[in-house]
Design a protein around this ligand. Sequence first.
Ligand SMILES: Cc1cc2nc3c(=O)[nH]c(=O)nc-3n(C[C@H](O)[C@H](O)[C@H](O)COP(=O)(O)OP(=O)(O)OC[C@H]3O[C@@H](n4cnc5c(N)ncnc54)[C@H](O)[C@@H]3O)c2cc1C
Length: 366
Amino acid sequence: MNTLLSEKQYDIAVIGAGIAGSYCADRLQAAGLQVCIIDKSRGTGGRASSKRLANGNTLAHAGASAHDNAGTASSCELGAPFFHLESQQLLASVDRWLAAGVIAPWPAADQQNQSAFTGTPTMSALTRHLIQHCDFFGSEKISIIERDGNAWRLLNDSYQCRIQAKRLIITAPAAQSAILLSGSAAPEAWLLDAHRASLACAPQWATVVSHSSNLVLSQAEIDTLQALPAVIEFKAGPIARIILDSQKPQRTSSQFQWVLQADQGWSQRVIDADNQWVSEQLMEVFTDWLNDQQDYRFESADFSCLPAHRWRLGRHHSSTASASLFDYRWSEALGLAIAADWLGEGSVYAAMQSADNLVKAILASE
Ligand SMILES: Cc1cc2nc3c(=O)[nH]c(=O)nc-3n(C[C@H](O)[C@H](O)[C@H](O)COP(=O)(O)OP(=O)(O)OC[C@H]3O[C@@H](n4cnc5c(N)ncnc54)[C@H](O)[C@@H]3O)c2cc1C
């Protein structure tokens, strides 16, 4: 039985439609190669995706439609809320995305002379834009990669071949890349790198809080809330960072909406806890913090909070053990490559830079 998603033999298949994978797909397609991109999630963005807040209290994936850039007033970012331009290398790409209207500066999140940008109208808009000319296959988990002559075969859990391509780029988080690499023709050193990097990736809880629709805020309260910083970082848990999500450019929510990102150490300790319980813990700290900032007294009931989202694979932290001269892996002989944040500093920008350097290396070998 033919189980292929497409009869085409692609020049390049990319596993993972997060920032790194989408960036590679866009640049390689623009260079004239036939590219497809596959993700186990329904939509794009990976750890920089957006969630639609449906019916006021449930989460849906806002990146679900690959070619629909329609914004939504009620979505939020539970992963990367923005990224910083850490060097000038990607200036040309950033200018293109600004011109396309899929990112915008968010000066409220600038840090140490680094400009901050966020996707518009949601973070997922950037990855949706990047994959628009490629064949995208969502809800498709690849479990095995096999070298067959001069091509790669991508297989699912049932050992069915789904995609065939001359070359393959893996952009999954380190732990998931290690699973794909083990038993494949990839160099052993790559597998070791992936295992090592996966140890430097901690889980993280995140949730979103908005003021309850039956809470009528006075003008003085609105002024106070608006005057609070858009991004607040804490030294000790359980909350690591509060982001005023509704203040990002082109968000049109009429409610104040904050994303609470839990501390990674705290998250690790309670990673198997009930997500409702986690939300309640974060909400309590949030309400206390808010009441410390101003003269009014808010109660927990004045806000609604979604059951927390558990990132089992959260943010990668680069360690000296995993630091390497190259932020990508490429074997021309095998037609196999890796681009990902975990080969760099574990940020959106690191994922972009890894992808950019890999694309240059692949095109130089054409
Ligand atoms: C809570 C949180 C807050 C963060 N805050 C920031 C921040 O403020 N600034 C910043 O720069 N960065 C931040 N980050 C980090 C940032 O999100 C990541 O560094 C970046 O998005 C990684 O991009 P990537 O493409 O390398 O990986 P990913 O986004 O993880 O993309 C990999 C994709 O591969 C897919 N995949 C994995 N395995 C398979 C498989 N077997 N088959 C098919 N598909 C597969 C996944 O579904 C995923 O979509 C944050 C991350 C988290 C979790």
